[in-house]
Each structure stands twice: as structure tokens, then as C-alpha cells.
Write a protein that binds this ligand. Structure first.
Ligand SMILES: [Mg+2]
Length: 196
């Protein structure tokens, strides 16, 4: 396996990876009147209209509040400029919307590093762990799976990387681990920065 420092395409999850997670999913489910374990996007997608539209608007409002409050994850303000300086391609694959991703990136002063077309939001591709969004980034960059890495804090990110045949990096911010899906595990983006 090529080392991380040789990777040319870096695809990041957004919430909880580049930003410190301020999303309170339990609170979101309560506001949206969902069961505590509901998959929020799937639940809304299964609703008939006009409830689906109503819930989508409510979700958008909640997410805008969280996006404006986004804080930079440890090490992100060093890692991203460093990768850009090395000529790496930078992308985001998020279950959030592209618009909210851009609000979050503005909030942490990193918007300049991520071209709009390389931010894949939930309306731009099937949701993770479907790898189509990741594959489309690689195609746009004309990079092979071997040249790329998928970085995230959750199982879906790692499953997405696996499905695309891309090296997976777990930024482990809590006790959960998915060793069968993980090629590299770091406790923060600072530790990745030190490997470059
Ligand atoms: Mg995340």
C-alpha cells in the first residue's frame, strides 16, 4: 500500500472530521419528532408529501444553525493548507448539503481550499456508504483509487472508502473503532499532518 504522504487525492467527511461535531442528533430527532434510533435522511425520504417537504425545511433550518456554529477540528488548519501546498486534490463527501458544507467551511476559514464542484453533498450523489460520490471525485481528478484516501470519523466514511478501493483513514474522536474497515487510525488530524 502506498504511504499516506504519496497520496494525491484526499476526500474528507465534513462533520466531526474537519469540524468538531456540534450536531446533536438526538435533539434533531426530537425536533423532527422521530424515533431515537431513526435514520434521519431515510425517514424523511420515506414520507409522503407534503410532510416530506415540511420535514426537509425543518432539517435545513437545524443544519444551518449547526453549520454556523462549526468549529475547526484539531489540526485541520495545518493539515489542509499543507496538502494544498503539496499539490494534492481536496474534496468533501458529506451527508450534509453542499450549501451547509460551504457555510461550515466559511465558519472555520477553509472555504478557499475546496472548489464547489469537489464538494459532494447529499443532493449530488447517493448517500454514503454508497461510493459513487467518491468515485466521481476521482474521475474528475483523473486519479486512481490507489492514489486516493478517504478520511472520516464514522463507519459510513470507512465503508465508502472500502467500497471504492481507496485507503481508509479513521479519525477516531471517541471509543468506537471499525478495524475491519480501517487502514490507518489517528486520534486527530494533527497526527496525520505529522506523517506527511
Ligand atoms: Mg462525520
Amino acid at each position: 500500500m502506498a504511504q499516506l504522504k504519496d497520496k494525491k487525492g484526499w476526500v474528507f467527511d465534513l462533520d466531526g472530521t474537519l469540524t468538531i461535531a456540534v450536531h446533536d442528533f438526538a435533539q434533531m430527532r426530537r425536533t423532527l419528532e422521530m424515533a431515537p434510533d431513526a435514520d434521519i435522511l431515510a425517514t424523511i425520504a420515506a414520507l409522503p408529501q407534503p410532510e416530506r417537504m415540511r420535514q426537509t425545511l425543518k432539517l435545513d433550518q437545524l443544519e444551518e444553525q449547526y453549520a454556523q456554529q462549526a468549529r475547526a477540528a484539531t489540526g485541520v488548519l495545518e493539515l489542509i493548507p499543507r496538502l494544498a501546498q503539496q499539490g494534492c486534490r481536496l474534496g468533501i463527501f458529506t451527508r450534509n448539503t453542499k450549501a451547509m458544507a460551504q457555510v461550515s467551511l466559511e465558519a472555520i476559514n477553509l472555504a478557499q481550499y475546496f472548489a464547489t464542484e469537489f464538494i459532494i453533498g447529499r443532493d449530488d450523489a447517493p448517500h454514503k456508504p454508497n461510493p459513487q460520490g467518491l468515485n466521481s471525485l476521482l474521475e474528475g481528478w483523473q486519479l486512481t483509487a490507489e492514489q486516493a484516501v478517504m478520511v472520516g470519523d464514522f463507519k459510513y466514511d470507512l465503508e465508502t472508502g472500502r467500497a471504492a478501493g481507496v485507503t481508509t483513514v479513521h479519525v477516531a474522536t471517541d471509543q468506537r473503532r471499525w478495524p475491519e474497515l480501517t487502514d490507518y487510525c489517528f486520534s486527530s488530524l494533527s497526527d496525520i499532518h505529522q506523517k506527511l
